[in-house]
Design a protein. Structure first.
Length: 259
């Protein structure tokens, strides 16, 4: 997304489109392809489109404006919305320990924002935080759907519906997909889509296996520490490194308290 030729809409279509293909193949291999949507869930699938489509666009725009480690760390706030949403919409228990964990996560994000004794906000930060809210609420909506819908079939919808929405709204964006036809970019987005699709499927199956949304969601925040370290080594994002690492560690501590 740092390349001047990259485009948030095209990235969303390429990323989710390939992820949808992976999901479709997995579903076929499992012999569980049943794409019919129960009428009782029509509204929830519409909500999925309204939440996830702008969330992905805001995410990739944030990647263009700020570093990868910052984006992922700010995304940790989505786990706060997981806890809140699970309490109000899934009627899960909200304990003092989980509230404390949520507060510590916010503290971790504040440490990451801290730069030269002042808090720095820009459009990239705001985009990432708003995307985190949308993703957090989309997770809760997804967990509600998964109470009565197969995980692999749901993964197909969660990948393809935003793609179809963007193609209907902005059909001309398909011309920008040529950016991903090169061997280098095609391989990168393919690996990204494969990893994300498998990760999302594991998330959905863990919920259907009996996990709680208020616990499963926050567990995803542990990726923050790994991302900060990898962004430092691979992407050479060394600015404000001390605060990033401290913020990542504090965030993970908050996640542990949420368990």
């Amino acid at each position: 997304m740092k390349d001047d030729k990259s485009n948030p809409q095209a990235q969303t279509i390429a990323f989710l489109g390939l992820g949808g293909i992976v999901a479709f193949i997995i579903t076929l291999l499992r012999g569980q392809l049943h794409l019919a949507i129960p009428s009782s869930l029509y509204i929830n699938f519409i909500i999925l489109i309204l939440l996830s489509t702008p969330a992905y666009l805001l995410t990739y725009r944030a990647y263009q404006l700020i570093g990868a480690s910052e984006v992922v760390l700010f995304f940790t706030t989505a786990r706060l919305w997981n806890v809140v949403g699970a309490y109000f919409f899934l009627h899960e228990t909200l304990t003092l320990q989980r509230i404390l964990g949520a507060i510590i996560i916010i503290m971790g994000i504040a440490v990451v924002l801290y730069d030269k004794k002042k808090f720095t906000f820009n459009k990239g930060v705001l985009f990432a935080l708003f995307a985190a809210f949308l993703f957090g609420m989309n997770d809760i909506n997804g967990f509600y759907i998964l109470k009565s819908f197969d995980a692999t079939n749901f993964l197909i919808y969660s990948e393809f519906l935003p793609v179809l929405t963007l193609l209907l709204i902005q059909p001309k964006v398909i011309k920008k997909l040529k950016y991903y036809l090169s061997k280098k970019n095609g391989l990168k987005v393919s690996l990204l889509s494969l990893g994300d699709a498998l990760g999302m499927l594991a998330l959905y199956l863990s919920f259907q296996a009996g996990g709680k949304a208020s616990v499963i969601g926050p567990l995803g925040a542990t990726r923050a520490l790994i991302t900060v370290l990898l962004a430092t080594v691979i992407l050479n994002e060394r600015n404000n490194l001390r605060y990033k690492l401290i913020g990542a560690v504090v965030t993970v501590i908050g996640v542990i308290l949420l368990l």
